[in-house]
Write a protein that binds this ligand. Structure first.
Ligand code: SF4
Ligand code: SF4
Length: 118
């Protein structure tokens, strides 16, 4: 099962202990995606030299604000770290009881719906 499909995207939140580091290649990829300059990417989206701004709820400024889908709005141009996470390993956020409890109802609802369709 791919839990990402049911998760609100905790890896796109600035949770305690999480770090998203962005380098110049990532900035340039976003610049090309938006057809703007690297400097403009820094101005619009970066909080400091290496990381994105976050919204009031702690989510990345580039996460879709559609509460139903909560997906990356720049998926094809997302930074390297976002592409690689969780590095072919179990997602560490799913080992946190509090976060897992939050997505469990969505997983159960989806399994029930797919079972009912059979
Ligand atoms: S990688 Fe982990 S935190 Fe990110 S969407 Fe998937 S399950 Fe959720
Ligand atoms: S760029 Fe996209 S994948 Fe990366 S943290 Fe922001 S919303 Fe998530």
């Amino acid at each position: 099962m791919n839990y990402c499909n049911y998760c609100p995207g905790y890896c796109c939140y600035r949770l305690k202990g999480s770090v998203l580091l962005i380098d110049s290649d990532d900035i340039n990829r976003l610049a090309r995606y938006f057809s703007i300059s690297d400097g403009e990417v820094r101005k619009r989206f970066m909080e400091n030299k290496n990381t994105f701004k976050v919204k009031e709820d702690g989510s990345c400024i580039l996460q879709s604000s559609n509460r139903m889908i909560k997906r990356c709005s720049v998926h094809t141009a997302r930074p390297k770290q976002c592409r690689k996470f969780p590095y072919d390993d179990t997602c560490p956020y799913l080992e946190r009881e509090d976060l897992l409890t939050a997505i469990q109802p969505r997983v159960e609802r989806s399994l029930r719906d797919s079972w009912l369709k059979k």
